[in-house]
Write a protein that binds this ligand. Sequence first.
Ligand code: SF4
Length: 237
Amino acid sequence: MSELAARVGQTLATLERIAQDYSPAVFASSLAAEDMVLTDLILKAGLPIGIFSLETGRLHKETLGMVDRVRERYGYEIALYRPVTAAVTDHIIKHGHNAFYDSVELRKECCNIRKVEPLGRALTGKKAWITGQRRSQSSTRAELSEQEDDAAHGMQKFNPLADWSEEEVWEYIRGNEVPYNPLHDQGFPSIGCEPCTRAIQPGEDVRAGRWWWENPESKECGLHLVDGKLIRIKKVA
Ligand code: SF4
């Protein structure tokens, strides 16, 4: 058995265990390459794990187009969670359309409104959530575990691709003809909201294009943070 086949087998076993032991469980897809690997595994296996995305209102059209490509390929409708309109309007009136460039605080406020609050709604009533995060993606993810006790949301959090390399992600995508965001072919290894993501140059860190005007330590959107700090999530043995 190839290394990738073994890796896929382990990941599928993890997903099956989550579906069986932590129902209802959901997968938070950012529609990026890693998320498409998990989408392919979940939907092909017919696992009872709901898939949702946070439609922040500032995504690239290519990213939103992935919702259509998943529907066409798998006949599955990804649930979209959007921010509260009044909160977005209030923020824009007070600080302008692009206040995230002005300070880390205003950037986090925007992420709270457009991502963190909708995520809370998406996770309500669930026993576990799943992400496509990988350990080698950035310095802020170096200690990522496959299973974590997410005290902030009162549930288990799973990162089934924590051990996967970028090469394995792409080997799986190409080998299984999984649809992927075309921005990945244009220098975007990590894709977030359009105004907060730029293409990177060869040799740059994978997440160098995310909030590139900030220090590496602050570069998380708050989905994995509490009160603006990295959550020290307890590892589960
Ligand atoms: S990534 Fe940028 S546009 Fe998107 S929610 Fe965060 S600050 Fe706002």
